[in-house]
Design a binder for this molecule. Structure first.
Ligand code: NIG
Ligand code: FE
Length: 415
């Protein structure tokens, strides 16, 4: 957006950080640096200056926003989504209510394979049309940057199709998008295990890299899916082609996924419902960022990741939505923040740090967004009038967002 916007009388301007700050670790998570009764000046989509109202500049050429009683936060960074998919899977939701487990549904051809069947039947433009409203729905709930994974194609052509659609969401909506190749999400029914591994290593990774379709490579490292050895070999090949690993690890079992992630120098290990002291200690010695996905744990009735232990150990805990049709059918980050507080006992400050500044580092966009910092994009959430920061996660399922700005531009629905 060209021009100036001046936000005045802001009750609390949250997540004010110097540009050097990258990760809130351990006890640092509890502090959300803020300015009360603040102003914020945006120029040409960039944060120009901010401070106390008494120092607010007088401008004749700025669009003014009175933010009395309102809080301003940086937009959410959602570092783990699968929002490109064909259809919801509510029939499996009913099976789960009746007692089926995630793995039983997957073994019966449901789950990821069910989503793959539906996705293969769609053209690229149909898949884009189906996915676009999801991108707008998360923009409206405050997400300004999102990671989007492939993994419901499971053929070369369909994985490429998914990644192209994910890239198009980044170019056709205000959302900033990072993409991840997740060909190793499940083994397709009609291909032998070794043949599919060969396809990933020898055809999919080179093509994805050649076409510049992905920033990251991911593997569902889990019993019944990809083993630790397979995970390591896929990640190492991805790295040779310039793709940085990030993993689905320790969701359903404690099977060495976290250690595999650390070994391949993954930027993040995500899920972590089933981790113990060894995994936490290994993470402490590494640069790999732990990402908890509280809605997936909630939705599948899994134990929640031991977040308090991870924070006590000094880790830079991050949270994300895992928006996908099977285990987390929502990318609503205010809900994720509420669940992080209620089910993982994070304080509101910890949860907002985990969903903004830490998540920005986990997606390597922290130089551009994730905090209120001079020179970063004006990716902002302006709340409705609220009593305090804690009201936001407290008011679960209430829409407390008044407006979302991406690069200084107010987000509106497409015509
Ligand atoms: O992150 N765990 C693996 N993948 C997704 C679920 C995918 C699906 O069920 O469609 C997840 O939870
Ligand atoms: Fe996932």
């Amino acid at each position: 957006m060209l021009g100036k916007r001046l936000f005045k009388n802001i009750k609390q301007l949250c997540q004010v950080r110097p540009i050097e700050f990258t990760l809130a670790k351990g006890t640092e998570l509890a502090v959300l640096p803020s300015i009360e009764n603040a102003f914020l000046l945006v120029e040409d989509g960039i944060i120009k200056s901010f401070g106390k109202m008494q120092d607010c500049p007088q401008l004749v050429d700025a669009i003014e926003h009175d933010c009395s009683e309102k809080i301003i936060l940086p937009g959410f960074i959602d570092a783990h989504t699968h929002l490109v998919f064909a259809e919801p899977r509510e029939q499996e939701f009913v099976l789960k209510i009746k007692g089926a487990t995630y793995q039983q549904i997957a073994a019966a051809g449901g789950g990821i394979l069910n989503s793959a069947k539906k996705l293969r039947a769609l053209s690229e433009s149909e898949l884009f049309e189906r996915s676009l409203p999801r991108a707008y729905s998360i923009l409206h709930t405050g997400t300004t940057t999102a990671e989007i994974k492939s993994g419901y194609g499971l053929t070369l052509a369909d994985e490429l199709k998914m990644l192209r659609v994910a890239r198009q969401i980044g170019t056709h909506t205000p959302l900033t998008v990072k993409t991840t190749f997740l060909g190793a999400h499940a083994f397709p029914e009609d291909v032998k295990r070794d043949d599919y591994l060969k396809l990933i290593l020898e055809e999919m990774i080179p093509r994805v890299a050649e076409e510049g379709l992905a920033d990251y490579i991911d593997v569902f490292c889990e019993q019944g899916f990809f083993s630790v050895e397979e995970t390591i070999s896929i990640c190492e090949t991805g790295k040779r082609f310039g793709l940085t690993p990030r993993l689905h690890a320790n969701q359903l079992s404690n099977n060495g996924g976290v250690q595999a992630g650390i070994q391949v120098n993954a930027i993040s290990v995500d899920h972590l419902e089933n981790i113990g002291t060894d995994e936490i200690q290994a993470l402490v010695k590494s640069t790999t960022i732990p990402i908890a996905l509280p809605l997936a744990a909630f939705y599948l009735n899994l134990p929640f990741p031991p977040v308090r232990k991870m924070i006590e150990a000094g880790l830079p805990l991050t949270i994300a939505s895992d928006f996908n049709p099977g285990s987390s059918p929502s990318g609503n980050m205010p809900l994720i923040v509420s669940l992080a507080c209620i089910k993982m006992r994070m304080t509101p400050e910890e949860a907002f740090n985990a969903a903004t500044v830490n998540a920005a580092s986990a997606l390597q966009v922290n130089k551009q967004t994730g905090s209120i910092t001079q020179g970063k994009f004006a990716d902002l959430i302006v709340t409705k009038p609220v009593s305090s920061l804690a009201y936001l996660p407290y008011a679960i399922a209430e829409n407390w967002i008044d407006q979302v700005f991406v690069k200084g531009e107010a987000v509106s629905l497409p015509h």
